[in-house]
Design a protein around this ligand. Structure first.
Ligand code: ZN
Length: 292
């Protein structure tokens, strides 16, 4: 269903604050995508969640015919973007108190589930200046991939393969600092994360990973989400795997994990699964090597 292990993919869109039905939708979507080998796990979770809420039934009672009908939902004058399906999803999120829209970033408070929807539904748009319609969102791409030959019956959907449980939140207590490792021509290619309220690099007391969100807490107790664009759930969990401590720390860690020393996280400009502790990952360009 994707390059990620299924439990990892599920955990990235399953924050502990989400409604129970969202968890059911994520699990059923994962089982369907594993069974069919289809892309579109995130989009299918939103379709199942929306249909279950519209019909006031449990997620497992949503019929495959209804899923097919929702995926078709053509909106041909706007390319592949399923705008009517989007409107249905947003109506449900709003009805469940998960909808959020603000033009004022200073007062921007969004639920984790809304954030997941916003990111999968994001469209690049320069329409105001260029007249070119916005790009198709990831949601639109996934819906198009699913719509093509989605032939599962309710009988088949009743006997889907088991998938691992999603991974729950993890709190990392770091004895050193949370640092970002990035490509650079200089030897110093690791920088400490700046605490937004302190406006300077601080010791990190805690990093909390919950679904797609990473919360950074500095030594003075300031907590901030999105403290650094490289501090994504995927990159922080990848950093765990590569941490060179005495014991291997699994990416699927839950609860509280103590990190002895610094935690290096791969910069957003690098691949998500790169080893942030490797010099090779950091120093891809050396002046002396280039002047031969
Ligand atoms: Zn601070």
């Amino acid at each position: 269903m994707s390059a990620l292990p299924v439990a990892w993919a599920m955990s990235l869109i399953l924050p502990s604050t989400a409604p129970k039905a969202w968890g059911d939708a994520v699990r059923r979507s994962a089982r369907i995508c594993v069974a069919t080998g289809k892309e579109g796990f995130n989009a299918l979770a939103f379709v199942l969640y929306t249909l279950a809420a519209e019909q006031r039934v449990g997620v497992d009672a949503v019929s495959m015919d209804d899923v097919r009908a929702a995926l078709r939902n053509p909106d041909l004058h706007r390319g592949d973007e399923p705008t009517r399906l989007r409107a249905r999803i947003q109506t449900i999120l709003e009805a469940q108190g998960q909808y959020h829209f603000s033009l004022s970033p200073a007062r921007d408070v969004e639920t984790a589930l809304w954030r997941i929807y916003r990111e999968v539904g994001h469209r690049e748009s320069y329409e105001d200046w260029t007249g070119i319609p916005p790009s198709t969102s990831e949601l639109g791409r996934q819906v198009a991939a699913l719509r093509d030959e989605f032939v599962m019956t309710d009988e088949e959907a009743a006997v889907l393969p088991h998938v691992p449980d999603p991974v729950g939140p993890v709190v990392l207590r770091i004895t050193g600092q949370a640092k970002i490792s990035f490509r650079s021509v200089s030897a110093e290619s690791v920088v400490a994360v700046r605490c937004p309220p302190c406006k300077r690099p601080r010791m990190s007391v805690e990093l909390r990973v919950d679904g797609p969100e990473v919360t950074f807490m500095c030594q003075d107790g300031h907590t901030s989400r999105d403290a650094n664009p490289s501090l994504t759930a995927l990159r922080v969990r990848n950093a765990l795997v590569h941490h060179p401590g005495p014991e291997r720390i699994p990416w699927e860690s839950e609860g509280t994990v103590v990190i002895d020393g610094d935690l290096l996280v791969a910069h957003k400009g690098m691949r998500e699964n790169v080893n942030p502790y490797s010099d090779h990952s950091r120093l891809t360009f050396r002046p002396e090597a280039d002047s031969r």
